[in-house]
Design a protein around this ligand. Structure first.
Ligand SMILES: Nc1ncnc2c1ncn2[C@@H]1O[C@H](COP(=O)(O)OP(=O)(O)OP(=O)(O)O)[C@@H](O)[C@H]1O
Ligand SMILES: [Mg+2]
Length: 349
């Protein structure tokens, strides 16, 4: 930068001399080029003003009369203005680009809201016909049972199972839409306490399983308590589900990165997954394990990912088949360190 600044100073000095000696338009167009070069070389406007000042002082030192001084100052001002005009044009370009960007952003936000509202109302409206299909199937099964053979009954029970699944899918979609529509209230959330409560609920539901939980003490986050509960339930629930085929399992929750951005993690030593498909994990309804192996509809991680993004955080995963999985997340700068848990604290346990 120093080199290019020295070169600019030299060029400016020569141009000003020529201009004072009557070079006219040719010198002005060189001044314009100096301005352009300053932009390309990332020379700051104030540095350019300093060059102008320096060169002008030197020039005035050599002036013979007050009239010479006045004339030189006026001409130098013209030249400097010409030198600034590329900056002015660039600035206007930025302003226009910014205005366009803001308009595009507003249009995008409006389109997103419309899409969200559309998917919400479609999901909602699908419930009524689904209830009819399910209700009438059930009525036929009950009222016409004596007129149906086994195959007929089997078909109806399949219709009802499909209705049940579709109802879960709709609930998942509505849940996902609700995450974006709901308001966020950030408080200090005790994730450790939340994890203990969820772990104890999971154990209570399946007391026959041998799962060791290791939960780091006093891990706090600055976030929406209700949404973070959904995150923890899904991640720990997945860890619990995808270790079910191992006789003994280990599930861990903790956080790293004491000095910088906090990274929270949930780790298990269960079925794991193939890293080649890691991108699919957070897409709604996409699953890496079949329903016969592990039940689910594939909406949990999409919901988690949306919550993390609402907190301006990121989520990612690592895993290997039969070697377990680890899910990591951050909660944006506002969700970083949060040891002060005295006020507004939320969390189970
Ligand atoms: N801890 C884990 N270990 C291995 N695979 C996992 C784990 N967590 C998620 N996955 C994979 O990611 C997929 C998506 O997970 P997600 O939680 O979204 O759906 P799900 O658990 O199948 O169903 P649900 O909607 O009921 O949560 C799962 O189907 C599974 O293949
Ligand atoms: Mg899940």
């Amino acid at each position: 930068m120093a080199g290019s600044s020295d070169e600019l100073e030299q060029a400016y000095r020569l141009t000003l001399q020529d201009y004072l000696e009557g070079a006219g338009e040719a010198a002005l167009s060189r001044a314009y080029e100096i301005g352009r070069k300053a932009i390309v070389d990332k020379v700051a406007l104030l540095d350019l003003a300093a060059i102008h000042h320096q060169v002008l002082v030197e020039t005035l030192e050599g002036a013979r009369s007050r009239r010479d001084v006045a004339g030189a100052i006026r001409l130098a001002a013209d030249l400097f203005t010409e030198c600034l005009s590329p900056f002015e044009m660039t600035h206007r370009g930025f302003q226009e680009a910014n205005a366009t960007l803001m308009r595009v952003n507003e249009a995008l936000a409006a389109a997103n809201m419309e899409l969200e509202a559309f998917s919400y109302s479609v999901s909602h409206d699908l419930r009524a016909p689904l209830r009819s299909i399910n209700g009438f199937s059930q009525a036929i099964m009950e009222d016409y049972a004596d007129r149906l053979d086994d195959q007929g009954k089997e078909y109806f029970s399949r219709i009802m199972a499909a209705c049940n699944r579709m109802s879960q899918l709709i609930d998942g979609l509505l849940g996902l839409a609700r995450i974006t529509r709901s308001e966020m209230h950030r408080v200090a959330v005790n994730l450790s306490a939340m994890a203990w409560t969820i772990a104890s609920d999971l154990k209570q539901a399946e007391p026959e399983r041998h799962v060791d939980f290791t939960i780091m003490d006093d891990v706090y986050a600055w976030g929406d308590a209700r949404l973070l509960q959904v995150v923890m339930e899904n991640l720990l629930g997945n860890a619990w589900k995808y270790t079910a085929r191992h006789e003994h399992a280990r599930i861990e929750f903790g956080a790293t990165g004491d000095d910088g951005e906090r990274v929270y993690f949930v780790r298990d030593d269960g079925a794991g997954f193939d890293m080649a498909y890691v991108d699919k994990l957070f897409t709604p309804f996409s699953r890496l394990h079949g329903s016969s192996e592990f039940e689910g509809i594939g909406i949990g991680l999409a919901t988690v990912s949306r919550i993390i993004h609402r907190h301006s955080g990121t989520i990612w995963a690592e895993g290997a088949v039969e070697k377990g999985a680890t899910f990591y997340f951050t909660l944006g700068s506002a969700g970083g360190r949060c040891d002060d848990s005295e006020d507004d604290s939320a969390g189970g346990g």
